[in-house]
Design a protein around this ligand. Sequence first.
Ligand code: ADP
Ligand code: MG
Length: 191
Amino acid sequence: MPLILMVGLPSSGKTTRAREIQKFFTEQQHREVILISDNEIMSNMNIEKNVLYLEMKKEKDLRSKLHSDALKSLTKENVVILDSGNFIKGFRYELYCSSKSLSTPKCLVVCDISPEKAWELNENRTDQEKYVRKTFNDLVMRYEEPNHSNRWDSPLINLQLDDTLPAEEIRKAIFEVAAPVPNQSTINAPL
Ligand code: ADP
Ligand code: MG
């Protein structure tokens, strides 16, 4: 039922954290976890991330697929983790509206590191996994930082690189909140 949205710069540790969260809910909470990964979708689309993020149409296709896979996967008991940058405010708003219409709680897990540190992590990746400078810079420039005072970005859990996973905080954020009521007004939509 609940949806966890990973958010962060390229090479900020999103996939690593998503797997940690998956492990926690599977092994310690005995929940079914569905991990929807941008890497897997891109591989099915037969396109490499350094190409996709420089082609608006392809990037839009990726977001549509992430969105539809997330909606398809939401059930009453499972946990769905959307492992992608989710850096566009409008996309997060759309997911907020969708999860609300299904009365499904959601939370953001933000991998909060500087572009310099993210680049450093990127440099240590294998050639196949690396972002090239052009794609990396483009994604950094287009990153729309979440803000917890926006309803669609709330609740938001911020993670620094060395933080121990605040697993309990994440569990509470999605399992101990009242489910949102559908069809409430959706004022203050992002521009
Ligand atoms: P993203 O999914 O945001 O692109 P990844 O989780 O794939 O990021 O991580 C990018 C690189 O950084 C990988 O090589 C990964 O091993 C490394 N990394 C991830 N988290 C940490 C961490 N907490 N400390 C050190 N290195 C990390
Ligand atoms: Mg990743």
